[in-house]
Design a protein around this ligand. Structure first.
Ligand SMILES: [Zn+2]
Length: 292
């Protein structure tokens, strides 16, 4: 993340819990209310905030990066960042979906759109964004393809609704996507890895197709061949975080059973370091939760 972190800092942005206490000038909430938090903290005053685009805030901060976050028993946030947690959505489900689930919701319903019958390729079907993207695209009537690097990850992606899952270790996977779609290619690609993966997404993108991307862990600099880009009238769209509206919809879908979190394991707060060690080992499926 190209943001300097001032230490000490309590990390953690995917938070669910109950309100312990309110500031004197806060209305509309009461102690005990169950809430999730928009972790893209926003000013509420700039031109983008005023039209509901919290994720474009000119003075945005990330909870757990520029402000102390949720690996704690209590966290202090502006009231405007609160989102009501529907009955029937557990804290665990909320914590597992608020960031990755709403990021995918923002990508597929705000930054671009999916039409029934579209071929949607969700990169990394076992990842947070990928697992949510499969389910959201499926609900929107798309035919979903995903990628996975292990048999277990591919099986998970299928269980979430992907019709086909290709092996991302095979460097020729874009050709596989072309074959699956009868040479048409993917109409929408949900990409969150960057680097070489983003380049490969162009190799299996349909004419007029859209890549929507929200991450660059595999590399920030990506060469782009402009000729096929404009001849095939491709779109490349950036997506960052979410708006509260996306978070609201994500939690409503979770309450309705349309979107399920994938939770690998739950750690007590005292074992947060062990949770991170497991995260680094890459030997897990879905989300690791820390429960204070
Ligand atoms: Zn703002």
């Amino acid at each position: 993340m190209p943001i300097p972190v001032k230490l000490p800092r309590t990390a953690g942005g995917e938070i669910a819990g109950t309100i312990a206490a309110l500031g004197a000038d806060v209305s509309g909430w009461k102690a005990g209310d169950r809430v999730a938090i928009q972790s893209n903290l926003f000013c509420g005053k700039c031109e983008f905030c005023l039209r509901g685009e919290d994720s474009m805030c000119l003075r945005g901060e990330i909870l757990g990066v520029q402000r102390d976050g949720g690996f704690a028993e209590k966290v202090l946030v502006p009231a405007r960042a609160l989102v009501r947690l529907p009955e029937g959505v557990s804290f665990d489900a909320s914590a597992a979906l608020t960031l990755a689930g709403s990021t995918a919701m923002h990508m597929l319903t705000n930054r671009t759109q999916v039409n029934p019958g579209d071929w949607v390729l969700a990169i990394g079907g076992a990842s947070g964004v990928g697992s949510a993207a499969i389910q959201i695209a499926k609900q929107l009537g798309a035919r979903v393809i995903s990628t996975g690097s292990t048999e277990a990850k591919r099986t998970l992606a299928k269980s979430l609704g992907a019709e086909f899952v290709v092996d991302s270790n095979d460097p020729k996977w874009p050709a596989e996507i072309r074959k699956i779609t009868n040479k048409h290619g993917a109409d929408v690609v949900v990409e969150h890895v960057g680097g070489e993966v983003l380049g490969k997404c162009f190799d299996c993108l349909a004419r007029g197709g859209t890549i929507v991307t929200c991450g660059a862990t595999a590399g920030k600099d990506v060469p782009l061949n402009l000729w096929p880009f404009f001849v095939k009238q491709h779109r490349l769209i950036g997506s960052y975080g979410r708006n509260r509206a996306d978070l609201d919809v994500t939690l409503q879908w979770a309450a309705a059973g349309k979107l399920k979190p994938v939770i690998d394991s739950v750690f007590p707060l005292s074992q947060t370091a062990e949770a991170f060690a497991k995260l680094r080992s890459r030997n897990f499926l879905g989300k690791l939760l820390v429960r204070p």
